[in-house]
Design a protein around this ligand. Structure first.
Ligand SMILES: Cc1cc2nc3c(=O)[nH]c(=O)nc-3n(C[C@H](O)[C@H](O)[C@H](O)COP(=O)(O)O)c2cc1C
Length: 192
């Protein structure tokens, strides 16, 4: 299928598509690993170093996990089964002076990308789940009004059970997303 082949000669193995991203085997992430994910996110760059990300971490068996799990849509609850850790990622929407903060989705996304690479490098996987009810979480965790719950990250170990394999997830080819000279003109790969 078009858009499925990965140029493994030019991309780092950590950034190749992960199989079974959303099926987990029930393993619990040790706290030191969770801390590693958060530390990777903490060192993200942001405009004026405003650091507009926050994380609420739930580990299977605790109240935070229970509330996050309960807020997921039924389909996403199925996706998150077998995940030992759920992390709610939130972004700041207003400054302390009350003015709107633009573009903080971008910075939260950068933080989640770093967290995801850290997870993969240490043998864990992330499923990003945007389908969940925000309001109950605002109340349950007394989230300040200038923070918005954005995505729940289900973290676990990918199952080895190939009967759980997800269908292929193609991407647009490079020629359709990266241009040079003018819009629509593709860079030709050369030897150097
Ligand atoms: C912000 C965001 C929200 C997402 N929300 C959901 C979701 O609610 N449920 C889900 O199954 N996948 C969700 N995804 C995962 C994408 O749909 C998924 O990345 C896409 O299907 C491609 O799969 P792949 O990244 O594993 O190749 C979300 C991804 C992002 C970045």
């Amino acid at each position: 299928m078009a858009g499925l082949s990965v140029a493994t000669d030019i991309v780092h193995p950590l950034l190749t598509p992960a199989a079974n991203t959303q099926i987990f085997d029930g393993s619990a992430l040790p706290w030191t690993r969770v801390a590693g994910l958060l530390e990777a996110a903490r060192w993200t760059t942001s405009r004026w170093n405003r650091q507009p990300w926050r994380f609420l971490v739930g580990r299977k068996g605790d109240r935070t996990f229970h509330e996050l799990h309960r807020a997921l849509t039924p389909t996403n609850r199925t996706t998150a089964r077998g995940a030992g850790t759920l992390i709610l990622a939130l972004r700041q929407t207003r400054s302390v002076e009350g003015g709107p903060l633009d573009g903080t989705e971008y910075e939260l996304g950068l933080a989640v990308a770093r967290l995801s690479v850290q997870a993969r490098a240490t043998g864990w996987r992330i499923a990003q789940l945007g389908g969940f009810r925000r309001r109950p979480l605002m109340a349950a965790f007394e989230v300040p009004a200038d923070f918005e719950p954005f995505v729940i990250l289900a973290v676990g170990r990918a199952t080895a059970d190939i009967s759980c394999a997800l269908p292929p997830r193609p991407r647009l080819p490079l020629a359709e997303i990266a241009f040079t000279g003018r819009w629509g003109t593709t860079h030709r790969r050369r030897a150097s």
